[in-house]
Design a protein around this ligand. Structure first.
Ligand SMILES: Nc1ncnc2c1ncn2[C@@H]1O[C@H](COP(=O)(O)OP(=O)(O)O)[C@@H](O)[C@H]1O
Ligand SMILES: [Mg+2]
Length: 394
């Protein structure tokens, strides 16, 4: 009789630490950890005045976000040149206005299409200004006033009554106590009652805790403010109330306007992600160029040579293009030669373009037949792209 195999309930073997190399096993680190060296270098070189509780002056926060300099700094006891990389691509004036708002009495609302980098910008602003981008509330239809203010450890309240140590603070309360920034993602997904809870926080700069006999107010320290984001696609789901609108400065984040910038974003962000996934792959610039061209042309319904084409119903954001680049790199690594080819791009593109609406397949097919085919005569990459798309949509 076959012996029953023992179920293996041992904990899986720990991954061997890589020798000395600093590879974090976290899939993603918050900006303040990932860019700690750049933030330290900026702080060491910062000569400007800082608003109360800020880690950096507004000028250095801007420098952190838009990059473009190399600073001498002492990092962990070693003198180093630290390049400050660009985090957010686009109009620097937008970033400047966002920073000015955060130093003011008003809160900041970043508004735009999905995938335009709103959350990304908000994370970097928080990291640079208060060194903590993790005090975040994700707005949903299920967000309650308790998520925004505080809740109680019920078991302990039953045993001991409401006491300060039985209170569970919200990210808002933690940000208020430490004079930090609260990030409120997708604020317009919250129902109006919940939004109203924010009005009192923004106008009083305090949260009342009526259950506590004493010490029943938490006051915000200087430096406290809110960065919220909202998608224009969600508009009309829950409009911001007039009272809340008045307390926010709106900064509109446009879809990246020019192809050169979009290529830069896709190139840099996909390189960072590829590194994160430890892929021994690089996407060659012409491939990124092809990907960005396809996205731009299909998104706008027009080619660079002025030919009109069908537009799909999905938003083809820059973020989607970055996603396609990463997927293409993964499939090249796992199923290909490691080199990302136009075929890898074509195969991984389809899921971005064709989402709810099957008719969008037609748009992609038309693009291959009309646009890619014409370029294929002069360029092998377009030929390969064309062939794979047609194979997939047939
Ligand atoms: N203008 C931009 N600059 C830098 N990165 C961008 C830009 N637009 C989009 N991205 C990238 O797209 C991805 C998704 O952006 P995200 O902030 O989540 O979009 P949103 O919150 O607007 O929906 C991020 O990885 C981000 O780096
Ligand atoms: Mg977002």
């Amino acid at each position: 009789m076959a012996k029953k195999t023992k179920p293996s309930d041992e904990t899986p073997a720990q991954a061997e630490p890589t020798n000395g190399a600093q590879v974090s096993d976290q899939l993603r680190e918050p900006a303040e950890v990932r860019y700690a060296d750049q933030l330290a270098a900026l702080a060491q070189n910062d000569k400007d005045e800082r608003p109360a509780s800020w880690r950096l002056s507004p000028r250095s926060v801007l420098r952190y976000v838009v990059g473009g300099v190399t600073l001498k700094a002492d990092i962990g006891g070693k003198a180093m040149d630290v390049p400050i990389t660009r985090k957010f691509f686009g109009d620097d004036g937008i970033v400047e206005r966002a920073i000015v708002t955060l130093a003011s009495e008003r809160a900041l609302l970043l508004v735009g299409e999905p995938g335009t980098g709103k959350s990304w910008l908000s994370e970097h602003l928080s990291a640079a200004i208060c060194g903590n981008s993790t005090l975040t509330i994700q707005g949903t239809a299920g967000t309650t006033e308790e998520h925004i203010k505080y809740s109680w450890n019920i078991a302990r309240v039953i045993a001991e009554g409401p006491r300060p140590e039985n209170l569970i603070p919200s990210p808002t309360m933690l940000a208020m106590r430490s004079g930090a920034l609260l990030r409120f993602e997708e604020i317009t997904r919250c129902v109006p009652d919940v939004q109203d809870a924010l009005v009192s926080i923004l106008s009083d700069k305090a949260i009342a805790i009526p259950e506590l006999p004493d010490a029943n107010m938490v006051w915000a320290k200087t430096g406290f403010n809110i960065i919220a984001t909202a998608n224009t696609r969600d508009q009309g789901v829950n409009e911001l109330s007039a009272a809340l609108k008045r307390r926010f400065n709106y900064v509109h984040i446009p879809i990246v306007g020019d192809q050169k910038t979009e290529i830069e974003i896709v190139q840099q962000r996909s390189a960072e992600l590829i590194q994160r996934y430890n892929l021994p792959t690089r996407i060659a610039p012409p491939i990124i160029q092809l990907l960005a061209t396809v996205f731009r042309e299909i998104r706008s319904g027009k080619t660079t040579d002025g030919v009109s084409i069908k537009k799909p119903s999905t938003t083809l954001s820059t973020a989607e293009a970055i996603g396609v680049a990463l997927d293409a790199a993964l499939s090249a690594r796992f199923f290909g030669s490691g080199q990302v080819t136009p075929a890898d791009i074509a195969r991984n593109l389809i899921g971005s373009i064709v989402k709810e609406d099957k008719a969008d397949l037609e748009a992609l097919k038309e693009y291959a037949v009309i646009v890619a085919k014409k370029r294929a005569a002069k360029d092998k990459s377009w030929q390969e792209f064309h062939d794979v798309v047609l194979e997939m949509v047939k």
